[in-house]
Design a protein around this ligand. Structure first.
Ligand code: ADP
Ligand code: ZN
Length: 222
């Protein structure tokens, strides 16, 4: 299965992509996670990307598209993948078409997760993440068992620099102007399923797996 998850920042793409990845045994390819990995390892790519990410801007294509192309060419992506955070512009969607054509593969589905801006702002400003295992929490909706500490690996949770309110507003503007038009691009090319994000993660997950035709309760992953 070759899938793209679309949707504004904060709709829960990353959370759903992680579950899909486990359920279908396909890699979760998240450009945001890749950038954060580079940043925490102080690579050249990370240093370049950081300046943009902290301002809520998109990382330029010269940096982003090569990174994605390299990833999709790796062995573990040959039987499928779930792309999260890419493409984010029509330019990137066109570029992805070229990569897939070179690899002689086609997309199976685009899942578009929706949520209104007001809810997005409250979700993102309360979001905390684990810098070690990428687990995602929310101070009200999904608090960790022990305050400020990851349930999985005990690392101290952090707030992403780009989850500060001003940056969130900037990211939403970027989403509406640059990323939302991608839906139009995929219309009539790939099957698109729209799913409304629910406050309860498992409700959204059920909607996602229904769209995929997979009974997720049988999979024991949640
Ligand atoms: P979110 O979906 O919550 O905004 P991500 O983790 O997907 O978070 O991305 C974080 C940041 O990384 C983005 O705001 C942007 O600066 C950068 N980024 C991620 N993916 C891309 C991409 N495809 N093109 C350009 N920049 C990107
Ligand atoms: Zn952790």
């Amino acid at each position: 299965m070759r899938l793209i998850l679309l949707g504004a920042p904060g709709v829960g793409k990353g959370t759903q992509a992680t579950l899909i990845s486990k359920a279908l045994s396909i890699p979760h390819v998240s450009t945001g996670d890749m950038f954060r990995y580079h940043i925490s390892n102080n690579t050249d790519l990370g240093m370049k990307a950081k300046q943009y990410i902290e301002k809520g801007m998109l990382v330029p294509d010269e940096i982003t598209v090569g990174m994605v192309a390299d990833r999709l060419k790796q062995e573990d992506c040959q039987n499928g993948f779930v792309l999260d955070g890419f493409p984010r512009t029509i330019q990137q969607a066109i570029f992805l078409d070229k990569i897939l054509k070179d690899l002689n593969i086609q997309l199976d589905m685009v899942i578009n997760i929706t949520l209104d801006d007001r809810n997005i702002i409250s979700r993102l400003s309360g979001r905390r993440i684990c810098p070690r295992c990428n687990a995602v929490y929310h101070i009200e909706d999904k608090p960790p068992k022990n305050d400020g500490v990851c349930d999985n690996c005990n690392a101290k949770l952090i707030q992403r620099e780009d989850d500060k309110e001003e940056t969130i507003i900037r990211r939403l503007q970027v989403y509406h102007s640059q990323s939302e038009p991608i839906l139009e691009y995929y219309k009539n090319k790939v099957k698109i399923v729209n799913i409304e994000s629910h406050k309860l993660i498992e409700v959204t997950t059920k909607r996602v797996f229904d769209a995929l035709g997979v009974d997720y309760k049988m999979l024991n992953i949640c």
